[in-house]
Design a protein around this ligand. Structure first.
Ligand code: ADP
Ligand code: MG
Length: 628
């Protein structure tokens, strides 16, 4: 028997490890199962290069929970260790890693992020165990098995063991005082499915707690059995060759990742890069509709199929966090802190690469089947708009597949659209004016007026529209976006033609103060305009720049926080050629004249959705009186 003292300066580092990693105790299972998997993979490699002769059999890892004995055992039939190797890898190397870790991070909070980085993997066992045993037998036939025991002090014990079969058992004697939660079957099951769901070797999980009756009558026996079932999928879709997978495979993998999500993804991107870094993964486009309220932390990050985290902020660009799926890279330094990650050059490269791949995929989907792409557009546009606004490189590429839908339901790229509207929608300063509506129902009458003039109207109803407009205007020189209700139809696109007015300047001067008496002056600026008689008599508009400022302020952008809330101000434009306006002027009875103005201005407000509460109620009453 050998006794030893692990060569460390620190008196007893275990309590320190425990304390600093307390919040993330659960990762012990990930670390130990990952080691077991490593051991099987190393054996496989040795066999493949003929360092091991003969059949190595089926490789497997088992996790056994014994609630009565209060142990968790992690077993593998990997390459195993000799006593010398335990000395070297466990007593020296792993321990010096642990010691280094403690020295460096004693005063820092985020210990758990750094754990594996310092080779602390194995020692994380002491976060939950008061005693740990290793029973291991090397694949080398002549080497005897070893039994290592350590009770959490720097002292360990190592003796020979009579184990004959190749592999390693790690036995954790769970500390009842503060780790009793890990003696619960559901807890362990949960951890295995969180961290080990896609590990590359079959993992069985069982407990010693269930008993089974065998035989009949006098032969009846009760025996304790290990119920075990495989808890992982060792060949998840992202590790397979894309050409071998069908759409059905991709979809069923999606549901394997998100068992409680019943929506189908719209499409997927299979990433497969081996130069200049290693990255595999599958990203899915979920249905976004018009909301940004989606869960952001849906992408899972893996390192060689070991789950690491589902908070990928700083690793993938912000807009891509709306996607679902998995990323797997041994090159992302996963075990370091988040701030380190964000400044890491290879992480930045990976992030740029993903952005490029996503843009390329969208472009190819657009080119391959435009109809299909159009049918999905409304569900993905928020994502694409977000990308255009936040990543310049994505914005450059997106111009090829970003679509604009008009009120007729036709989709165009910006290039196609500008070609279409330039002849009729160029103003006198040679600017092409794109008209848009943010709400087809609310701005109905304005849309109709624009259509009557032969103008086309785009539907721009996403929550990002006000930011996107400025972007589009800077992407496309000599183009401007104007909402249909921001001016009268004559002035939306200013041309040189003038419509003659039926009212003289004198008439207008007479009528203006009377109208101002009826409508609230602080809210409406009254002006006259000679329009087609077919247009409505009174029209309420809100200048484009005013509304955009208001909207951006609402979204907390544009640096206008200092200005305070913008006042509610509208233009009330009087169509000097409309029959009713002529009637207003001629009306001698002042009471009747005001009633006419009131009714007309209420109708204008109604059409802008501005007539509410008491005003709306008295309008309805008045209208009913009229038809009585
Ligand atoms: P790392 O896995 O990063 O090398 P660990 O502390 O997790 O660090 O493990 C230390 C070493 O102990 C491993 O590199 C390996 O050589 C050895 N080891 C741990 N677990 C096993 C196992 N189940 N089978 C064989 N060797 C193991
Ligand atoms: Mg390890």
């Amino acid at each position: 028997m050998a006794k030893g003292n692990i060569n460390v300066q620190a008196e007893n580092i275990f309590p320190i490890i425990k304390k600093f990693l307390y919040s993330d105790q659960e990762i012990f299972l990930r670390e130990l199962v990952a080691n077991a998997i490593d051991a099987t993979q190393k054996l496989k490699t040795l066999s493949s290069i003929d360092k091991i002769k003969g059949d190595i059999g089926e490789l497997r890892v088992e996790v056994v929970l014994d609630e009565k004995a209060k142990t968790i055992t992690i077993k593998d039939n990997g390459l195993g260790m000799s006593a010398d190797e335990v000395d070297k890898y466990i007593n020296e190397i792993a321990f010096s890693g642990a010691e280094e870790f403690v020295k460096k991070f004693k005063d820092k909070g985020d210990g758990a992020n750094i754990i594996g980085h310092f080779g602390l993997g194995f020692y994380s066992a002491f976060m939950v165990a008061e005693k740990v045993e290793i029973i291991t037998k090397s694949y080398k036939k002549t080497v005897k098995a070893a039994h290592w025991t350590c009770d959490g002090s720097p002292n360990y014990e190592m003796v020979e063991h009579d184990r004959k079969d190749r592999g390693t058992d790690i036995i954790l004697h769970v500390n009842e005082e503060d780790s009793i939660e890990f003696l619960d079957k559901n807890r362990i099951q949960g951890l295995l499915s969180k961290y080990c769901k896609f590990l590359p070797v079959d993992i069985k999980f069982g407990t010693n707690e269930e008993t089974k009756k065998t035989g009949e009558g006098d032969d009846a026996k009760e025996e304790t059995i290990v119920t075990d079932n495989i808890i992982n999928n060792p060949k998840p879709a992202w590790t397979q060759t894309p050409s071998k997978l069908t759409d059905v495979d991709y979809r069923s993998f999606y549901h394997e990742l998100y068992p409680s999500n019943f929506e189908e993804p719209l499409f997927h991107i299979h990433l497969n890069v081996d130069f200049p870094f290693n990255l595999t993964g599958i990203l899915y486009f979920p249905k976004l509709n018009n909301s940004m309220e989606v869960q952001k932390d849906k992408i899972q990050l893996y390192c060689n199929q070991v789950f690491v985290t589902d908070s990928v902020e700083g690793i993938v660009p912000d807009f891509l966090m709306l996607l679902h799926g998995v990323l797997d890279s041994p090159d992302i330094p996963l075990n370091v802190s988040r701030s380190y990650l964000q400044s890491d050059a290879s992480v930045k490269k990976i992030s740029n690469h993903i952005t490029k791949k996503v843009a390329d995929k969208l472009e190819s989907l657009f080119k391959k089947d435009r109809k299909d792409f159009e049918s999905k557009w409304d569900d993905i546009k928020v994502f694409i708009e977000y990308g255009m606004l936040s990543e310049e490189k994505f914005n450059d590429k997106a111009s090829k597949f970003c679509l604009f839908k008009n009120t007729a339901g036709e989709y165009h790229t910006m290039e196609e659209y500008l070609k279409k509207i330039t002849p009729n929608q160029t103003d006198k300063d040679k600017k092409v004016v794109c008209l848009y509506t943010s709400n087809v129902d609310e701005q109905y009458s304005y849309i109709e007026s624009a259509k009557a003039k032969g103008y086309d109207v785009l539907v721009m109803d996403s929550p990002l529209t006000s930011h996107l407009l400025s972007k589009l205007e800077s992407n496309n020189a000599d183009t401007t976006f104007v909402r249909v209700d921001s001016d009268t139809v004559e002035k939306l696109i200013k041309k040189d033609e003038e419509v003659p007015s039926k009212l003289s300047e004198k008439d207008e001067e007479k009528l203006k103060p009377i109208i101002e008496e009826v409508v609230p002056k602080e809210k409406f600026t009254v002006s006259f305009e000679s329009m087609s008689e077919k247009e409505q008599p009174f029209i309420i508009t809100e200048p484009e720049f005013m509304r955009r400022m208001k909207e951006q302020q609402k979204m907390g952008g544009g640096g206008m926080m200092m200005m305070g809330a913008m006042p509610e101000m509208y233009n009330l434009v009087i169509n000097s050629n409309h029959e009713i306006v002529g009637k207003m002027l001629k009306e001698k009875d002042s009471k009747k004249q005001k009633a006419l103005i009131k009714q007309t201005s209420d109708l204008a407000m109604l059409s802008q959705n501005l007539l509410k509460g008491e005003a709306l109620n008295s309008f309805i009453k008045r209208s009913l009186d009229m038809i009585k």
